[in-house]
Write a protein of this length. Structure first.
Length: 555
């Protein structure tokens, strides 16, 4: 009985001491003007811990606990500690944007304990959080096709000594090797299906057992900062993989389904995102018009299309095209997919209520010349972006519509006054991504009568001379160069409408897609279907692929 009372008393004393320690940390936070945080209950990001090794963190009394792109949240015992200052300075020299938080020693110990998990995750030949270039090179040499990925995944899973981290690494390395944009892990009735999205089309890789799936699910959730015990709601997270000096961001989506949670990992590979303006695939006439619009000091340029249509790649191409040391460019993105030197890039963060609208308002106080807003999703963002374009700023953004003509009705739906659109909008685009025929195996054939009818009906609508003649078409073949798909790489299909007086009249009097499109006809800019047919006749793509992306039944 006495022993029990002693244990109870000791526990109470321990709780009092912990509270006193947290209270002291709060007092110090006010003294130094640095935010306080209690790391218990906070998800400690393994990718953040990977920035500093455990010995360095313990010596300097710091713990990085969250990493969002180049932004790093760091817990410190005291910002005045000399070793702490040294570490923070070294991180800033590596271009990290540091946010310091004062914590108790107990919180630091809690964060440092997570290093043991990181070590376990990195214990295999090539760890999930820090993949060595030699390891990636070794994997790449084994992967030449989708079949190679399937064989490697099966071999890795079947090895009883393989850690789950290694399986995940093989999945990501496979995606990077063939430049797949997404990895889909989909539970079905009897097994789990693995697919990659390659050039916009899902390709089956293999199936595996539920035991492997459960281990993978937990691992992916853990490093993505998602709740492991929640399985009945959708969750979104992210993590990064360090390959040498390069960070590859992985965006994770978890969705509950009939047989388990469907996992999708989007691979934000800088190599596939960066495309020069001249290589986007734009028709020369539209490209020249757009070059003129990009040189203007103010107004708004919008690009529209569904998710995965390459809008972000286009915006990055615009930024690279206009960049010069004489102008200030600020972006608000979700997420930052590629860091561009000389440009101030910020990232939407729901945890601290940093939305597109709030970010845009804050950005305007930074005296920018050019602003890129990742997406206009709501009335507040739309109104603020339009006002920015009206007050001397060049604004780039994206919108979800089916075509260019749908841009004005969509903005009006969001509450934008149609009377100010002519002053705010410069040009608005719509785009899709279309697969290019593999140059090694594409097949040249005479078109069928039905194909001739479709092609000629579109050619009649194109308002220009010197059109390509209809002699032959190309079809997809099969070879190892293109993973037997017949296609390799993608190119953009674009259409655009300049905001002129005729479009202005239509926007005010009758703002529907049909009237906007009719008013735009004198501009002689090709629509996506017309541009697509020209690419078909040039042998860049096939009529079948064009029909998959745009509706060829409309004339």
């Amino acid at each position: 009985m006495v022993k029990f009372q002693d244990e109870k008393q000791d526990k109470k004393i321990e709780e009092i001491l912990k509270k006193e320690e947290e209270d002291l940390a709060m007092i110090l936070s006010k003294k130094y003007g640095v935010s306080y945080i209690n790391l218990f209950g906070i998800s400690i990001g393994p990718d953040a811990l990977g920035v500093i090794n455990e010995k360095e963190a313990r010596d300097a009394l710091v713990a990085p606990f969250k990493k969002i792109g180049k932004k790093l949240l760091v817990a410190v015992l005291s910002p005045n500690n000399s070793k702490t200052k040294e570490v923070i300075t070294s991180l800033e020299e590596k271009n990290y944007i540091i946010e310091q938080y004062i914590v108790s020693k107990e919180s630091l110990e809690h964060a440092w304990d997570r290093y043991s998990e990181v070590k376990r995750a990195s214990a295999t030949q090539a760890g999930v959080l820090d993949i060595l270039p030699d390891d990636i090179s070794a994997l790449t040499k084994q992967i030449h096709s989708l079949g190679d990925i399937s064989a490697l995944v099966k071999k890795t899973i079947s090895d009883p000594n393989t850690h789950t981290s290694r399986v995940l690494e093989v999945l990501v390395a496979g995606a990077l090797s063939i430049e797949a944009s997404d990895i889909h892990i989909e539970p079905e009735e009897s097994d789990v299906r693995l697919r990659y999205r390659l050039d916009g089309v899902l390709q089956d890789i293999t199936s595996f057992d539920y035991e492997t799936y459960r281990l993978l699910e937990s691992r992916i959730k853990l490093i993505s900062g998602l709740k492991l015990n929640v399985k009945n709601i959708a969750q979104d997270g992210r993590f990064s993989i360090k390959i040498g000096n390069e960070d590859i961001e992985i965006r994770t989506s978890v969705l509950p389904g009939a047989y388990g949670e469907s996992l999708v990992m989007r691979v934000l590979n800088p190599k596939t995102i960066l495309v020069e303006f001249e290589n986007l695939g734009m028709d020369e006439y539209l490209r020249e018009i757009l070059s003129g619009e990009l040189s203007k000091p103010n107004g708004m340029i919008l690009t529209t299309g569904p998710t995965g249509s390459g809008k972000t790649t286009t915006l990055y191409a615009f930024l690279k095209k206009i960049y010069s040391p004489e102008i200030k460019i600020v972006t608000i993105e979700d997420p930052i997919e590629y860091h561009i030197k000389g440009i101030t890039q910020t990232q939407v963060n729901k945890d601290v209520s940093y939305t597109f609208a709030k970010g845009l308002r804050s950005t305007l106080r930074q005296d920018p010349d050019v602003i890129m807003v990742g997406e206009i999703r709501d009335a507040e963002t739309a109104e603020t972006a339009v006002n920015a374009a009206l007050t001397g700023h060049l604004v780039f953004s994206t919108l979800h519509t089916n075509n260019a003509a749908g841009t004005i009705p969509r903005l009006i739906d969001l509450g934008v006054d149609p009377k100010v659109l002519s002053s705010a909008l410069n040009i608005f685009l719509a785009q899709r991504l279309i697969r290019k025929l593999c140059e090694s195996c594409k097949i040249r054939e005479n078109p069928s009568q039905k194909e001739i009818s479709v092609i000629e009906s579109v050619l009649k609508t194109i308002p220009r001379d010197n059109l390509p003649t209809l002699k032959s078409v190309y079809r997809a073949g099969k070879c190892t160069e293109c993973n037997n798909t017949g296609y390799k790489g993608r190119i953009g299909l674009f259409e655009g409408i300049i905001m002129d007086s005729e479009i202005d009249k239509a926007a005010v009097s009758n703002p529907n897609e049909r009237e906007i499109k009719k008013a735009a006809e004198p501009q002689k800019i090709l629509d996506m279907k017309q541009e697509g047919i020209i690419k078909v006749l040039a042998g860049i793509t096939s009529l079948e692929e064009l029909g998959r992306v745009v509706d060829l039944s409309e004339t």
